[in-house]
Ligand binder design. Structure first.
Ligand code: FES
Length: 421
């Protein structure tokens, strides 16, 4: 910051007066404040005087002090405190405020200052030869997100390069400042990511579709006596317990000697749980009734457990509901069939620890090759069951597992440039 003093006496005008329009505007502005508080109009009046003359002279400051019944020193304090007030004449076409605060400095503000020093004058507040341009360095102007930036008049020019800065100076110098569109000077919408959006690209409804497991069609033969209670019980339970009851999606589970009808019921439970994640779950309310807790209600009528013609009633089904599993290893119902042979060390996949490995094993996932070949649906199932949506993709489990399955640690090192953990 520079010391802010009034301009040299040699260039101070003898007198100042608002134009007729501005004088009328000033009276209106002063009248907005309660009697005895007219001094509150000091900043608007100083600003209007600067807009009229291009800068604030001593006579302008004295004139405003008189108008507001303030001591001259009080108005001078305000005028010298705020850097927005210009205390000496500046370029008649443009006075460039270069933000030099850290974000802009890190993004190239010093290069912009070099351009101004070469194109206008080496020193701030000094005019170019034609008297049309001047510059100064200021503190943050609030557009850091598109740093580096400058302000000219009431507009900001953002995402600047030295080349673009030069073009803007030439445009203002030749009276074509209006041809430059204020704001960002690159391809971005306001302060959005450069080059376009990178997140939230899929509408919420599509996201739900993507992550919801396929719901098998209901059949009249389906014994809802098993299916409906399972879905109802699971949807009404806390999420992690619900996910422990995820259904088999690749053939029968090794330990499960359940009938096809029971598997259908488990699928219904998973469907209800998945939908409960994206939509209001009435069954979770404290005041939910047993009827609301049925799979059909929770799922908005889409769950296969919804009673079909000829199926027993929900109440009748509820009496046959199987007890809630309290298996300490969530996901003990396998999603895949565990291959024969010794299990691979899944902990070599970055992001998988001993606990996750145990839970994956309980889901029937014991080999790197299984992880490498997980389908989108299976990923959704696993993530839903283990309650960490998006993590498999984020941590690149499939890529890591593929490398490990292909050539073990050596291939992992070749692909990722580091040893598996
Ligand atoms: S740091 Fe430059 S606008 Fe904020």
């Amino acid at each position: 910051m520079s010391v802010r003093r009034l301009a040299d006496d040699s260039i101070q005008p003898q007198a100042f007066a608002f134009s007729n329009d501005n004088a009328a505007w000033a009276q209106k502005k002063i009248a907005q404040y309660p009697t005895g508080r007219q001094q509150s109009a000091v900043i608007p009046l100083l600003w209007r005087a600067q807009e009229q003359e291009g800068w604030l002279s001593r006579s302008a400051i004295e004139s405003i002090a008189k108008l507001l019944g303030m001591a001259y020193i009080r108005v001078l304090e305000v005028a010298t405190f705020y850097t927005q007030f210009l205390l000496k004449p500046v370029g008649s076409k443009a006075h460039v405020l270069i933000c030099g605060t850290t974000p802009c400095m890190l993004r190239g503000a010093e290069d912009l200052r070099d351009v101004c020093q070469h194109h206008i004058h080496n020193d701030p507040f000094m005019l170019n030869e034609a008297g049309t341009l001047s510059w100064e360095e200021v503190e943050c102007l609030g557009a850091c997100v598109n740093a580096p930036m400058v302000m000219i008049g009431n507009d900001t020019y953002e995402d600047l390069t030295p080349q673009r800065m030069r073009e803007i100076l030439v445009a203002f110098e030749t009276g074509n400042g209006d041809s430059i569109k204020p704001g960002t000077q690159i391809e971005r919408g306001n302060s959005a990511a450069e080059g376009g959006a990178t997140t939230l690209l899929v509408p919420p409804s599509k996201t739900r579709e993507k992550f919801s497991p396929p719901v098998p069609p209901a059949t009249p033969e389906q014994p809802a006596a098993v299916a409906a209670p399972q879905a109802a019980t699971s949807a009404a339970k806390p999420r992690d317990v619900t996910e422990e009851s995820a259904p088999a999606i690749k053939g029968p589970a090794p330990q499960a000697k359940v009938s096809e009808a029971k598997a259908e019921g488990e699928r219904a439970a998973a469907a209800a749980a998945a939908n409960a994640d994206g939509e209001p779950n009435r069954a979770m309310r404290e005041d939910a009734t047993g009827a609301e807790s049925s799979a059909g209600k929770i799922d908005g009528g889409r769950a296969p457990g919804k009673p079909t013609a000829g199926a027993p009633s929900e109440n009748a089904s509820a009496t046959k509901a199987e007890p809630v599993t309290t298996d300490p290893v969530p996901g003990s119902t396998a999603l895949l069939v565990a291959p024969a042979g010794a299990a691979d060390n899944l902990k070599l996949i970055s992001g998988v620890g001993p606990k996750l490995e145990a839970r994956l094993n309980a889901l029937g996932i014991t080999k790197w090759s299984q992880v490498a070949e997980l389908t989108e649906t299976e990923i959704a199932k696993v993530e839903g069951t283990l309650n960490f949506r998006g993590r498999i993709g984020r941590d690149k489990w499939l890529e890591q597992a593929k490398a490990l399955a292909t050539g073990g640690a050596a291939e992992y090192l070749r692909v990722f440039g580091k040893d598996p953990k």
